[in-house]
Ligand binder design. Structure first.
Ligand code: AP5
Ligand code: MG
Length: 218
């Protein structure tokens, strides 16, 4: 079965942490719009500059820019069969655009995994998050510390704090999530592919529950 998975949840829910394992275990192409924007910014590309102006403030990048980035990414050969979308779609407008992109390829989503986490946990997770500058893996000062201080366990890269993890940006991201992204849950409801996962558990148990949910499809 060619899995096409959408991983949803509020900022800090653990999408990036879980997707890192899912893409390995299910051989999926990882498509994270947030990651793509941050990489474009690091490479000094105009797209990155444009996107970072929104990201710094905790706002969503405009739909037309984001949809185009995903449309081009999905056209690449490695996204032909199996992929995992992390952080896209984030508005109903984007969800509609994704449906159109997939319909054109006579394809559709296999599962929408929605990680549910409460607000207090989100704040704790974001404040302590540190990310590898080289490979993008997420750590946490308390919940997932690195073996050596400020150095990625996987690639030895330097860790940094994302500029949208400051409290004022985080609050804005959570507000926007409630207003613009949460309605997508209703959009997918009724298709029989939406799976809610309790994200208030250990990394391992969240992963186990996602796997169990995927097993019911395959
Ligand atoms: P993006 O990079 O997608 O950020 P996000 O959705 O806000 O989510 P995060 O990456 O902050 O959190 P996560 O769920 O991946 O959690 P993580 O695994 O790191 O987007 C960034 C920005 O780009 C957006 O704000 C927007 O401006 C723009 N953008 C992106 N996509 C867009 C789109 N489609 N449209 C418009 N704009 C877009 O975990 C968080 C922390 O918690 C880590 O430290 C981790 O170690 C820890 N943690 C995770 N799970 C657990 C656990 N089970 N127990 C304890 N700690 C845990
Ligand atoms: Mg992420």
């Amino acid at each position: 079965m060619f899995l096409k998975i959408l991983l949803m949840g509020p900022p800090g829910a653990g999408k990036g942490s879980q997707s890192a394992r899912l893409v390995e275990d299910y051989a999926l192409t990882n498509i994270s719009t947030g990651q793509m924007f941050r990489e474009a910014y690091r490479r000094g590309e105009p797209l990155g500059e444009k996107a970072m102006a929104y990201i710094k403030k905790g706002e969503l990048v405009a739909d037309d820019i984001t949809n185009e980035v995903v449309r081009q990414r999905l056209m690449k050969k490695d996204a032909d069969r199996c992929f995992l979308l992390d952080g896209y779609p984030r508005t109903v407008e984007q969800a509609r655009a994704l449906d159109e992109m997939l319909e054109k390829r006579r394809s559709k989503l296999s599962a929408v995994i929605n990680i549910v986490v409460d607000k207090q946990a989100i704040l704790e997770r974001m404040v302590g998050r540190r990310v590898c500058r080289t490979c993008g893996l997420s750590y946490h000062l308390v919940f997932k510390p690195t073996k050596k201080p400020s150095m990625c366990d996987a690639c030895g890269g330097e860790l940094y704090q994302r500029n949208d993890d400051r409290p004022e940006s985080v609050r804005n991201r959570l507000d926007i999530y409630e207003k613009k992204t949460k309605p997508i849950i209703d959009y997918y409801h009724g298709r029989g592919i939406l799976k809610n996962i309790d994200g208030m558990q250990s990394f391992e148990n969240v992963y186990r529950d996602i796997r169990d949910a995927l097993e019911t499809l395959t």
